[in-house]
Design a protein around this ligand. Structure first.
Ligand SMILES: Cc1ncc(C[n+]2csc(CCOP(=O)(O)OP(=O)(O)O)c2C)c(N)n1
Ligand SMILES: [Mg+2]
Length: 323
């Protein structure tokens, strides 16, 4: 790739990570203003490089399937922040007319097929999407994001087995953020690297520093290329950290504060910013523009959501398959 193109991509990835961070920071503020957002908010603060690095390697037609921690994936895939924020606030102008809220977001316009808050439900559904792509002889692939906790669910292993058996164009991305609810990784997982599980299904499995967007992107390019060539599925384990509680109602009383400090220093956005400044790839003025633009996008999203009404009760059964 041309060095100039590399730089354009790097800046784009930085902008996307900042937008995701600011979008979710605004959700934190809205949660704290009582009554502004219904339901539990589950954020991926600190995990932005996984969403952006993986999705930057995809085409618009490629499908993603996400989970309960989905905002970053959806924004990176190109979901409109206005309609996304409106949905998260339960408003009728939202991507799912206010009927999903944050936990079951789907943005079919950008091929973000669905998210499921049932832990481990995504991979079998993604295998279905990948099967459809293979059956229709499409050149596209599916990527499914799931957590380290989900990796132990039987449904994930069944999906891996079928995907490998049928050589489906499916990239499994395990976002290992060191926690599954209040259980730490060492309390719930029998092996050091979930990526090793690829061996069991005869698919490539590699882990990567999930806080380094360039490394995530590079590995994603080679793994998506593998899947796209019809060789079958692949597995990426992106090692990162959940910087907030499981949800915004969880104040992380069980988390070692030194561990939080350690990972704060590994912030994917802060570190990329430092690197770009040090190497003269970006100026302070340009960084300020990124901040201002993303803040304006988030402001606009919240203003749009505020103006949108809640759905009417009479609409509750619209758009459902069986009444
Ligand atoms: C089948 C199922 N079991 C339990 C839960 C409750 N639950 C929601 S998220 C979660 C932890 C998931 O951990 P992980 O897969 O690592 O994802 P993370 O939250 O860290 O992104 C649990 C146990 C659920 N939603 N679905
Ligand atoms: Mg986890």
């Amino acid at each position: 790739m041309e060095p100039q193109l590399n730089l354009v991509r790097l800046k784009t990835m930085y902008e996307k990570m900042v937008l995701i961070r600011k979008f979710e920071e605004r959700i934190i503020e809205l949660v704290q203003e009582q009554g502004r957002i219904p339901g539990m908010q589950i954020l991926a603060n600190g995990q932005e490089a996984v969403a952006v690095g993986i999705i930057e390697s995809l085409n618009a037609e490629d499908v993603i399937v996400s989970n309960h921690r989905s905002h970053g994936h959806l924004l990176a895939k190109g979901a409109d922040p206005k309609y996304l924020m409106a949905e998260i606030m339960g408003k009728s102008g939202g991507v799912n007319k206010g009927k999903s809220g944050t936990l079951h977001l789907a943005v079919p316009e950008v091929n973000a097929l669905m998210t499921s808050t049932v832990v481990g439900a995504g991979p079998p559904l993604a295998a279905g999407a990948a099967f459809a792509q293979q059956y229709r002889d499409e050149p596209n692939i599916t990527v499914v994001f799931f957590g380290d906790g989900a990796a132990a669910e039987g449904s994930v292993h069944e999906a891996m087995n079928l995907a490998a058996l049928w050589k489906l164009p499916l990239l499994f991305v395990c976002e290992n953020n060191c926690w599954a609810g209040a259980q730490s990784y060492s309390q719930h997982c029998s092996i050091g690297n979930i990526a090793q599980r690829g061996i069991a299904y005869d698919m490539p499995g590699e882990y990567v520093d999930g806080n380094d967007v360039e490394k995530v992107y590079d590995l994603a390019v080679s793994m998506t290329d593998y899947c796209r060539k019809g060789k079958g599925p692949a597995l990426i384990e992106a090692k990162t950290y959940r910087m907030r509680g499981h949800g915004e109602n969880d104040h992380q009383h069980y988390v070692d504060k030194e561990e939080l400090v350690f990972w704060t220093k590994k912030c994917p956005i802060g570190n990329l910013k430092e690197k770009m400044l040090k190497e003269g790839l970006i100026t302070e003025d340009e960084l300020q523009v990124v901040e201002t633009v993303s803040k304006a996008i988030v402001d606009e999203a919240v203003a749009f959501a505020d103006e949108s009404p809640f759905p009417y009760a009479e609409e509750a059964l619209d758009d459902v398959w069986v009444k």
